[in-house]
Design a protein around this ligand. Structure first.
Ligand code: TYC
Length: 119
């Protein structure tokens, strides 16, 4: 005897959608999760003894879009504490900015380091 002959049409998990409200609620929840805000990542700058203060300020202005006053404040906070947040972005943007910092610093022979940390 064929096994599938005993399974009523439409009764299994691949059958037509039921009118069960719980089932529709499940679909709506999953749809909302798909459009939820992507995670953000901090770009951190590390202090060192050799990178000039003016260079760090120029990086904060040119790569991270800070104004001169905020850039100076962030640079001094990094100088005094060892670490600071240059900006917060989605992962691919954060990683691109880290690469821009490293490329600019290496071109000038400075040891400035940047990294990414989940918010
Ligand atoms: N400590 C450096 C100096 O005294 C300045 C500096 C600030 C370097 C911030 C790196 O991320 C940094 N020249």
């Amino acid at each position: 005897m064929r096994i599938d002959a005993e399974i009523p049409r439409g009764a299994g998990p691949t059958g037509p959608r039921s009118a069960d409200p719980d089932r529709d609620a499940g679909v709506a929840t999953r749809t909302r999760q798909k459009v939820s805000r992507p995670p953000r990542f901090k770009v951190l700058l590390h202090n060192d003894d050799y990178t000039p203060m003016e260079f760090v300020v120029s990086i904060l202005e040119q790569v991270f879009g800070k104004g001169p006053s905020e850039a100076t404040q962030i640079m001094l906070a990094i100088h005094n504490t060892g670490l600071g947040v240059a900006g917060v972005y989605v992962l691919d943007v954060a990683e691109t900015k880290v690469a821009q910092v490293h490329r600019a610093a290496e071109q000038r022979g400075y040891p400035l380091r940047a990294g990414v940390e989940k918010e």
